[in-house]
Design a protein around this ligand. Structure first.
Ligand SMILES: Cc1cc2nc3c(=O)[nH]c(=O)nc-3n(C[C@H](O)[C@H](O)[C@H](O)COP(=O)(O)OP(=O)(O)OC[C@H]3O[C@@H](n4cnc5c(N)ncnc54)[C@H](O)[C@@H]3O)c2cc1C
Ligand SMILES: NC(=O)c1ccc[n+]([C@@H]2O[C@H](COP(=O)([O-])OP(=O)(O)OC[C@H]3O[C@@H](n4cnc5c(N)ncnc54)[C@H](OP(=O)(O)O)[C@@H]3O)[C@@H](O)[C@H]2O)c1
Length: 275
């Protein structure tokens, strides 16, 4: 992406011509359709864990090609992390998947979103319910001390079709136990419940089914969800969000927003019906 810079001949230093440019520091490919990457963080950027920003590259027409991305890193981190799909013909991700450390991306520093602590009433337990790349905002929230200050128990349910698609979340959860900053806060409080739906694995089934059948409560030794104690944050495909909302409402939880905190909040992991 060096063509995004020009050289100032007086100083021989590259001059940034890309608006809101940030430099890629790390890239990790998890499967042929999933990767994560880290970029430098604008000094002035403040965000609440769980929020999203617009990021992208310059399109072939020279104009920014931007998409919404949840920030996967916690608000205390020096860098920003993102977890991304690779859509084969996707305008952005067909290019973004080839980024390398040292390249630049565009990052508009205006974080927004509903998956924030402020949108939930206080409670005893918080359920993070995600499919696919919908785990990204929870990768931020699971690393935020506020999550463990506010709740006695944090349950991360993540469901994908295949086991390899769970790896990013699994490695993150495992790394939290030894984390020097929040390891002690996480111990015994974070319950992880990964499932697959198409490939055989130790735990199977859709989040909706495991909630309605009561299997997840039995497996984790928890009582069924109760609006007096349980809170939930949801991030997945539109179909998942619609179905899981009905399940949560069935337990008596009500949807909240930044302006009116309630018992659960929802955000789309992407727009569209699937690749
Ligand atoms: C609030 C919000 C937060 C988002 N956060 C993330 C994130 O953290 N990570 C991420 O990878 N994407 C995220 N997305 C989706 C992202 O904005 C882009 O759609 C995605 O990067 C693909 O861009 P594209 O230009 O290649 O293809 P697009 O033209 O944007 O999408 C093409 C098609 O691919 C499918 N698709 C797009 N994104 C996904 C996905 N994440 N999982 C499965 N199918 C998908 C949809 O069917 C879509 O119609 C988010 C979207 C929203 C609305
Ligand atoms: N994942 C892959 O290996 C793969 C490979 C190539 C292409 N694609 C395409 O990529 C697109 C996105 O795939 P994806 O796997 O990231 O997302 P997805 O189809 O939304 O599936 C992700 C997980 O969510 C579950 N799910 C889907 N709808 C649900 C609902 N209404 N309620 C509860 N759970 C629900 C799925 O279970 P079910 O399995 O029961 O649906 C799956 O475990 C799809 O169009 C797919 O065709 C996927």
């Amino acid at each position: 992406m060096n063509d995004l810079n020009t050289v100032n001949e007086a100083t021989a230093k590259p001059v940034r011509t890309l608006p809101d440019a940030q430099t890629v520091t790390q890239v990790q490919h998890w499967t042929d359709r999933l990767f994560s990457f880290r970029v430098t963080r604008p000094q002035s950027l403040r965000f609440r864990s769980g929020e999203f920003v617009m990021i992208g590259l310059l399109g072939d027409n020279g104009k920014p090609l931007l998409r919404a991305y949840s920030i996967a890193s916690p608000s205390w981190d020096d860098e920003l992390e993102f977890y991304s799909i690779k859509v084969p013909d996707g305008p952005l991700t067909s290019k973004l998947q080839h980024i390398q450390p040292g390249d630049e991306i565009i990052l508009r520093p205006k974080p927004v979103g509903t998956l924030v602590h402020d949108a939930l009433l206080p409670g005893k337990r918080v359920w993070f319910l995600a499919t696919g790349t919908g785990i990204a905002p929870f990768a931020s929230l699971m690393r935020d001390p506020e999550t463990y200050e506010k709740f006695d128990q944090v349950i991360m349910m993540h469901t994908c079709r295949e086991q390899a698609e769970l790896d990013y979340g699994r490695e993150l959860v495992e790394s939290l136990q030894d984390d020097p900053l929040i390891g002690e806060m996480v111990a015994g409080k974070l319950l992880y419940y990964p499932t697959t739906t198409r490939e055989e694995s130790p735990k199977m089934g859709r989040i909706t089914d495991n909630l309605t059948s009561g299997k997840v409560f039995e497996d984790l030794g928890l009582p069924p969800m109760d609006p007096a104690t349980d809170r939930a944050m949801v991030c997945g495909s539109l179909a998942f969000n619609v179905d899981v909302k009905a399940v949560l409402e069935g337990f008596g939880l009500r949807e909240g927003a930044n302006s009116e905190p309630q018992e659960y909040v929802v955000e789309k992991a992407f727009v569209g019906d699937g690749i």
